[in-house]
Design a binder for this molecule. Structure first.
Ligand SMILES: NC(=O)c1ccc[n+]([C@@H]2O[C@H](COP(=O)([O-])OP(=O)(O)OC[C@H]3O[C@@H](n4cnc5c(N)ncnc54)[C@H](O)[C@@H]3O)[C@@H](O)[C@H]2O)c1
Length: 377
């Protein structure tokens, strides 16, 4: 059945892919987005895909949200501040946009007559912090354990491995399940967890459909090339095009689960079309861990660059060491399995990047902001 979907943050990376898919499936789409200059550049103009309507507005402004919600039956909440490192020193901004913005959205839904019956929230794997590990020293039978966030002192020693909370030994990563411990290691992650809890309580109180989708590292064509605070692959493509060095944090062996944006948009649309009363929380990842050094080398190869990525041994407070998703729950709940391999996805990303103007590299500036606050070593 055709829906009228409000996508907050719909002018962003995931939002644009979702808009295209929702329109192609016959839904009406409204976008609320403030065209944040950090993401879209200064004086950004945005033309929504044909058939979608666009309201330039802010999720922290009640009147903008009220206008955007008129006549809508489904809300996909994507609008957010998204930089892990930046969140550690722009705490007020991250709280206002991610938490207060969510509060205003849910407050309107609770207090005004409306026909919204389904909510989809873009959450993040960051809510797990380090996620699940196995300690082969004190739990040889493979019980899961949950290391604490690595302290600034541990990182300063360049001791990168998370430790067993029982015996202190190095631990081995394993795929994170939705029921694993939640332990945000950054302010960004804390705001995403707050969003989850608020959506869960508000949706269940009114028996609305709810899907909380914990995205892993989403990459692909359309990710902002302007934003130096998030999107490591987009940042690397710019440096490669400018012929700059590719510094990889820590020892390069830290891993992420890279999932292509098209697979993510498919998952979001699935749950936007099918309300789950009582709610569902699922990981959305590719389900494989890839080291940052590996992905940096792959990217250079796909872009035909002879730059050799190097280990910088630098680190950011608030970064996690590893995390990859167990995606069985996504498959059970939706029948979907992310299908775009890293090789295929990187080729698509690079083909798109080549059509874009080369932006300035702002990674050094973003790193300097962290260093000035003792959040990077
Ligand atoms: N991209 C990833 O790897 C990833 C991973 C985990 C979770 N997520 C989540 O997915 C969602 C979308 O991420 P994305 O990668 O598309 O990010 P993005 O930065 O490309 O898009 C976010 C959009 O929100 C808009 N926005 C920001 N603040 C706003 C405000 N106050 N009012 C209205 N609009 C505002 C921006 O202008 C932008 O268009 C976010 O909630 C993010 O936390 C993304």
């Amino acid at each position: 059945m055709s829906k009228t979907i409000l996508i907050t943050g719909g002018a962003g990376f995931i939002g644009q892919h979702l808009t295209a898919k929702a329109l192609a499936s016959g839904h009406a789409v409204r976008i609320l987005d403030n065209l944040s200059p950090q993401i879209h550049g200064p004086d950004a103009a945005f033309s929504p895909a044909a058939g979608a309507t666009f309201i330039k507005g802010d999720v922290t402004v009640r009147g903008d949200l009220e206008k955007a919600l008129e006549g809508v039956d489904t809300v996909v909440h994507l609008a957010a501040e998204t930089g892990t490192g930046q969140s550690m020193y722009e705490i007020d901004k991250y709280y206002r946009v991610n938490v207060q913005g969510t509060a205003i959205l849910l407050d309107i839904l609770a207090n005004q007559p409306n026909r919204v019956d389904n909510l989809v929230l873009a959450s993040s794997r960051s809510v797990y912090g380090e996620g699940a590990y196995v300690c082969t020293s004190c739990a040889p039978h493979g019980e899961r354990c949950y290391p604490l966030a690595r302290s600034p002192e541990q990182l300063a020693r360049h001791d990168w491995a998370p430790k067993c909370p029982t015996c202190g030994s190095d631990v081995e990563m394993t795929a994170t399940l939705e029921g694993d411990r939640l332990a945000p290691a950054s302010i960004y992650a804390a705001t995403k967890l707050a969003q989850e809890e608020m959506f869960r309580v508000a949706a269940n109180a009114r028996r609305l459909g709810l899907a909380i989708l914990r995205f892993q590292n989403v990459y692909g064509e359309g990710q902002s090339l302007q934003n130096p605070y998030t999107g490591i692959l987009s940042i690397f493509t710019t440096r490669i095009r400018l012929g700059l060095s590719l510094p990889v944090f820590e020892d390069g062996e830290e891993t992420r689960d890279f999932v292509h944006v098209e697979d993510v948009a498919n998952a979001v649309l699935h749950f936007a079309e099918r309300p789950v009363i009582g709610g569902v929380t699922v990981n959305v990842g590719y389900g494989e861990a890839t080291s940052i050094m590996t992905v940096a080398r792959l990217l250079c190869a796909v872009m035909g660059s002879d730059i050799v990525p190097h280990v910088s041994a630098q680190y950011r407070v608030g970064d996690i060491r590893h995390n990859y998703a167990d995606i069985a729950a996504l498959q059970t709940a939706s029948g979907l399995k992310p299908a775009i391999s890293l090789d295929q996805g990187l080729t698509r990303l690079c083909d798109w990047v080549k059509t874009q103007p080369i932006p300035q590299d702002m990674l050094e500036r973003a790193n300097a902001e962290l260093k000035a606050r003792n959040l990077m070593g």
